[in-house]
Write a protein that binds this ligand. Sequence first.
Ligand code: SF4
Ligand code: SF4
Length: 298
Amino acid sequence: MRQNTKQTVKQIAVLSGKGGTGKTSITAAFSILLKDRALTADCDVDASNMSILLEGNDYHEEPFFAGQRAVVTAENCTGCGICEAVCRYDAIRVKNGIAEVNNFNCEGCNACSVVCPEGAIGFKQNRSGTLYQRNTDYGELVHAALGIAQDNSGKLVSTVKERAKEISKAKNLNLIILDGPPGIGCPVHATLTGISLVVAVTEPSMAGHHDLERLYSVCAHFKIPCVVIINKYDLSIEKSEEIEKFAENKNILVVGKIPFDKDIPRLQSKALTPLELPEIKDILKKSLDKILSTAGSI
Ligand code: SF4
Ligand code: SF4
């Protein structure tokens, strides 16, 4: 892949602080409006669903490895049980005279291998997820799925971002839109690395306001500017005004206020975005213009 090494790629992350705010639908709508002018990266690897809204062809798929798991060489095992006694995760047990590893429980800590008198325990790389590259009608999407009961989602987020940057540079695109994970934990920190601007999607509720404040604190800590979208703002005008007041006090621009529309769940069930509704499409277009203008001035 040929890359333009001098090109700067701006990354705009859409985050929510909490799940269920409509973050993914709004990110998908921005990707559709930007059509071919940006690459989309789904960093919500624990519950990846951007690929449902941005349909297309996964032209590339590769395994993602993180950590290690113990492996017993049966011929060398005497069934002494020393490994079972030392494992704190109940991940290795002697059955029929040979130690067996439960991959779901094994943390790859190495303790069993150290104590095994026969040198019967080695390690294999742990496949914890899959990375995909997809062509859609609206440009390219990099997405990933973490395997069942796997952690290391922060590392997978970093891998998704790295791949998105490589493709953007190769295609001379200077913008990546990222659908971030909910919360403020490790996957969000991984998402925030190298980000130009955060679009915080919130809703007018006590939890929405509280989680916006937490997200703002994380952004402020990393010195990343943010703007706010209040989704379903008319469900509580009072709470929306509180959020606007908070934003004003922190010098954060509210780039959009999207009204509640009972048709949105119906659209979501058909894998469609709010862009199908003309009034909301207009608000999203104007919000995107303000976001791009803010990102451009950074
Ligand atoms: S400590 Fe080694 S030899 Fe003993 S049961 Fe475990 S794997 Fe087998
Ligand atoms: S590597 Fe650690 S967690 Fe895995 S079986 Fe050995 S002692 Fe248990």
